[in-house]
Ligand binder design. Sequence first.
Ligand code: MN
Length: 253
Amino acid sequence: MQDRVLLISDLHLEEQRQDITEAFTQFLEVNRGKCSALYILGDLFEVWVGDDVESPLTTRVADSLRKFYKSGSSIYLMHGNRDFLIGESYAVQCGITLVQEYFSLEVQNLEILLLHGDSLCTDDVDYQQFRTMVRDNQWQTEFLKKPIEERVAYASAAREQSRAAAKTKSTEIMDVNQTAVKTLFNSTQHKYVIHGHTHRPAIHDISLKQDCSSETIGKRIVLGDWDKAIWFVEIQNGKIELRTLPFPQQPSR
Ligand code: MN
């Protein structure tokens, strides 16, 4: 297997967006057997209220991921703010390994720190409070005990509230906080950070002051969401590239 690593995030798969599911399954098909590992950095699904809630979508995605995994590529999944309830049972069904942020990826002599990205949006105080609550183990255990209808209703109310709040928040508030980024780089040995969440694909240079005389440049690489195009990071021959592709032609039915 060639030493090629792919990273994606923020597909926000949902029943209403068959085009994204189609693009994703084709992406897996094209890269099957052609990469050593695939990292999914959160928000694979638009919503996830428990592994016990199955649908044609969850089955199709699991089948595609499993086929990919069976061809010899490892798949790692980190939770996002939408799908943080994906559990071991679905992971096993897909052939994926769940990993916690912050995850250190060491590949091709590169040391890269992986995270979803929402933890860097510290200006969004309301959201950070919500995050602390729902990422709590006890909260999750209690939530997963509730009837499915109740969980679905809670999730759609939360999404509605977040959509409404997003309209009143400035774009700066919704983006990463620069101090949080600096703190992250200062607290880690990693020169590269890859995350998603903000839906603002870009490569940002970060100046890392070693001492008074020397300065090195770190990079913060932000994955794009899959609303209108495919976005991924490809690591090959010691190089990290942020790439985008148009959605494939929809098969005629
Ligand atoms: Mn997100």
